[in-house]
Design a protein around this ligand. Structure first.
Ligand SMILES: [Mn+2]
Length: 319
């Protein structure tokens, strides 16, 4: 499938719905807003179906006037663009719009995508779905304005860790360069989505860093956060985003993990590696998964036992 065919389909559609995955991230939200604003400029009737509450740090994104709750009534749209969503489970309550839609366009960059669309464009070389949306908007012949550029920039910056992760290519930088020349303030967006923390989140970061223990001659770093600490700091799960990277970034560390005790007593684990270790394989032992350098799983055991089990699997992964 070519993006040109998808763009042709969108140009022929009077009404277009846009939806992304549950627990939306910057790529999902930025891509949806960018495509929505572009289609609006073409005179299309556009709605963005909001799936879950977006993280507050993305509330600056333009295009809020297009957003409706995905739990609302499913009015049939001629074409539904599903963005950054690997499979239908990830649509949550949005599945009703998928079932009612005329043509479904599946636009994504996850290797695990199940090709659920009538038209599928899954490009695993794209650093972000935002790169694909950028290309689509170009094919529509729309001149980018600052609002659309900001959405695309946010999408790409979010999925590349502000151009640090190894999915970042010369294409990524090329697009980013053009967006900056249009007027995107790169420093403001990158600070907003990666550095900005509430006081509570900063206190939590302190507690998590304080908990770090290293194993395997310093190659493994483990952070633990108990349900008690969550309560004391007043933090929720979303407040822990990115914290594990402080453990990974320690000199000499290859694998880092953050273990969080849930109210139910299970342990949620986030794993990161620096260069070579396959954290997806480690997570898979516990029924989880993800990417090579970033993955997650749940361990059904008390904290101490979970740590013991996890460091044993991490040790095995060093061979
Ligand atoms: Mn993405």
């Amino acid at each position: 499938m070519m993006l040109t065919d998808m763009v042709k389909r969108l140009m022929e559609s009077g009404s277009v719905g846009i939806i992304t995955h549950i627990q939306p991230d910057g790529d999902a939200l930025g891509s949806a807003s960018a495509l929505g604003l572009a289609l609006e400029r073409l005179g299309k009737k556009v709605v963005i179906f909001k799936n879950d509450k977006p993280p507050k740090k993305y509330s600056f994104l333009p295009g809020a006037h297009l957003v409706v709750d995905c739990k609302g009534p499913a009015n049939r749209v001629e074409t539904l663009a599903v963005l950054d969503c690997a499979d239908l489970d990830r649509l949550g309550d949005g599945i009703q719009h998928y079932e009612k839609a005329g043509t479904v366009l599946n636009i994504d960059h996850h290797i695990s995508n199940t090709m659920f669309g009538n038209m599928n464009m899954v490009d695993t070389n794209a650093a972000a779905t935002g790169e694909l949306v950028y290309q689509m908007i170009k094919l529509m012949g729309i001149e980018l304005n600052v609002d659309i550029a900001e959405c695309i920039y946010t999408a790409i910056a979010a999925d590349t860790g502000c151009f640090k992760y190894d999915n970042t290519t010369s294409v990524t930088h090329g697009i980013a360069g053009e967006l900056i020349s249009i007027g995107v303030e790169s420093n403001r967006i990158c600070s907003q989505i990666f550095s900005l923390r509430t006081l509570q989140q900063t206190k939590m970061l302190g507690r998590a860093i304080d908990s770090i223990k290293t194993y395997h001659c310093g190659r493994t770093a483990i952070m633990t956060v108990t349900a008690n600490v969550m309560q004391e700091t007043g933090c929720g799960q979303e407040d822990l985003e990115g914290i594990v990277e402080f453990a990974r970034d320690i000199e000499g560390v290859e694998v880092a993990a953050l273990l969080r005790e849930t109210d139910g007593g299970d342990i949620k684990v986030g794993l990161r590696s620096k260069e070579y270790a396959d954290t997806a394989a480690i997570a898979a032992v516990f029924g989880g998964g993800g990417h090579r350098k970033a993955s997650g799983c749940t361990i059904h055991a008390p904290m101490e036992k979970a740590v013991t089990q996890l460091i044993e699997e991490i040790r095995k992964s060093y061979g």
